[in-house]
Every structure is written in structure tokens, then in C-alpha cells.
Design a protein around this ligand. Structure first.
Ligand SMILES: C[S@@+](CC[C@H](N)C(=O)[O-])C[C@H]1O[C@@H](n2cnc3c(N)ncnc32)[C@H](O)[C@@H]1O
Length: 284
């Protein structure tokens, strides 16, 4: 017997109603971020020893875990107001306290070239708080994986070194990026590279580095504590201007002067205990 077709309702012809995208739970985004970091560390170790087979397997596993795109989506969730928020809000607050930024300039459009130039390394968004002052701060944003227009796809370690102040910046933001680098010498090399991008002609309190790390990098690592971190930064010419510690993150605003006292910092155990992590920075 032929099956009788039911008449189509009006709703059949309508485009589907767009449902709001589901948010990841905080637990899921943490798991994605941790797994991505762990696999990258293992990959760097395999590449270092030339174990190509393991490296290939790890690359496949990183993709299976959603790759950098899912990692960035998980990180973006962390920027939501109810999950700790956008770290650049504190940068804005500190710049205002230093009289480098007028809060009233928020949302105003530039009529001339802004007086401050900022390089944001590891940029996930063009709508974060520091981007809301286009008349005062000209933003240049880069990331290993661009999320869209306004963010250049570029590895900071491959960014051509400026040959004049024209290509340098008054502010460099490195928020939750150093801990992405999978090994200690790579982290040291990233920090050593920063001064090349800073111009020292902007005034007494410039140039500045806005530097954010997960708190466990300094308060629960066998190799780094705040004293050692600041020693490393001082050797590169950075002195601390502002600092804030929260339950999850440590934020620093560091002033760079051309006064580096180059020194070697090895990966050296400074304390130990159960449950500590192995975050380290080595400067050659
Ligand atoms: C956890 S997200 C942090 C994003 C944002 N800055 C924040 O504070 O929330 C880290 C970002 O750094 C980027 N990143 C890591 N190493 C980088 C490098 N060498 N050059 C450019 N971007 C890098 C990653 O692609 C990722 O999007």
C-alpha cells in the first residue's frame, strides 16, 4: 500500500531559526587548553630528539583534540566576563593610571594618527578593551592562527626585525602567550626578542610590556618563581611598574630601558614538592 504523504506545513518552507551557539563549560575549555599544551610539549620533545614517528602521531592527536582553532575558542571563553574576563581591561586601567590614556577617548574615532602604537602578540579578538581606543592607540595584532580581519597570521618569532623606530611599538602585549611556547629555551628566546620591537622615544614611562601568565607558572613551578622571573626580565632591560595577582593569573606592566645586562639563565630547580609543575624559562 502506498504511504500517504502528509501535507507540508508552512514551517517547512522557513529557514531554520538560528540557535545561539552553545558555550563550552569552564571544565571543557580547561581540558581542551591543558590537552593542547601537553601535546605541544610532547611534540616539541619528539621533534628535538628527531623522533619523527612520534611527532607525526602527536600532530594527528593535536588535530583530533580540535587543533589550534578549538584551543583558541576555548581561550576566548576564558575572556568572557564571567570567566575572568578580557585581560586588556587591566592594561587600559594601568595606562590610564600612568596618564598615558584618557578613558574619555573610549569609542572615539581617530582624526589623526594615534599617539601610541601597540603590538598585540597572540590576539584573539579585535573587540577587546584595548581596541576600544582607536583614536589614542593604534593596534597591530598578530597570531599563529588569525581569527579574522584585523589580526595578521604571523609567528612572532618570524616577524621581521624592524630596522627603524617606524616599525617599533610603544606597547607590546604578551598575554597568555609565553606559556604556549612548549619549551624553556623557546620561552627565553621569545622574551629576548621583545626589545627589538620597542621604541624608546615615546616619553619617560614608555615603552611598556604588558605580560600575563597563568599564576601556577610562578607560584607552583619547580623552576620559576616571581623573583627569578623578574631577574630574567631585569637582565633583558625590563623593570616592573605595575603588578596584579588574581586567583588564576599574574599580570605585569614592565618598563623597558636600553639597560640590559645580558645573563644566562639555565633551567634550574629552585624548589620542589608534590604537585608542582615544570614551567621553566631558559635564557642562553
Ligand atoms: C591563550 S591564547 C591568549 C589570547 C589572548 N592574548 C588572551 O590574553 O586571552 C594564546 C594565543 O597565543 C598565540 N600564540 C602563541 N605563540 C605565538 C607566537 N609565537 N606568535 C603569535 N601568536 C602566538 C596562540 O595562537 C593563541 O591564539
Amino acid at each position: 500500500m502506498a504511504v500517504k504523504k502528509r501535507p507540508k506545513t508552512l514551517a517547512n518552507g522557513r529557514p531554520p531559526i538560528s540557535k545561539p551557539r552553545e558555550r563550552m563549560t569552564a571544565q571543557r575549555s580547561r581540558t581542551i587548553i591543558r590537552t593542547h599544551h601537553r601535546l605541544h610539549k610532547q611534540l616539541a620533545a619528539a621533534q628535538k630528539t628527531g623522533d619523527l614517528q612520534t611527532a607525526k602521531a602527536l600532530e594527528a592527536e593535536i588535530e583530533k583534540n580540535g587543533g589550534i582553532a578549538l584551543y583558541q575558542a576555548a581561550s576566548k571563553q576564558g575572556q568572557a566576563n564571567d570567566r575572568g574576563g578580557d585581560s586588556s581591561r587591566l592594561l587600559v586601567e594601568w595606562l590610564a593610571e600612568l596618564n598615558l590614556l584618557d578613558r574619555k577617548a573610549r569609542g572615539r574615532h581617530p582624526t589623526e594618527k594615534p599617539s601610541l602604537q601597540c603590538l598585540e602578540v597572540g590576539a584573539l579578538s579585535t573587540a577587546n578593551e584595548i581596541s576600544k581606543f582607536p583614536c589614542a592607540i593604534e593596534m597591530t595584532r598578530i597570531d599563529l592562527n588569525s581569527q579574522g580581519p584585523g589580526i595578521e597570521k604571523q609567528d612572532f618569532m618570524d616577524r621581521p626585525l624592524p630596522t627603524s623606530d617606524h616599525g617599533r611599538f610603544d606597547i607590546l602585549s604578551l598575554s597568555l602567550v609565553l606559556n604556549y611556547v612548549p619549551d624553556a629555551p623557546g620561552r627565553g628566546a621569545m622574551l629576548q626578542r621583545i626589545p627589538n620591537f620597542l621604541r624608546s622615544t615615546g616619553g619617560d614611562s614608555l615603552p611598556l610590556l604588558f605580560f600575563v601568565l597563568p599564576l601556577p607558572c610562578i607560584d607552583n613551578s619547580r623552576y620559576i618563581d616571581e623573583t627569578r622571573l623578574l631577574e630574567i626580565m631585569l637582565s633583558l632591560g625590563f623593570t616592573m611598574v605595575k603588578k596584579k595577582l588574581t586567583a588564576k593569573l599574574c599580570y605585569y606592566l614592565l618598563h623597558w630601558t636600553d639597560s640590559a645586562k645580558p645573563a644566562r639563565f639555565e633551567k634550574k630547580e629552585i624548589r620542589s614538592g608534590p604537585g608542582m609543575n615544570n614551567f621553566a624559562i631558559a635564557v642562553e
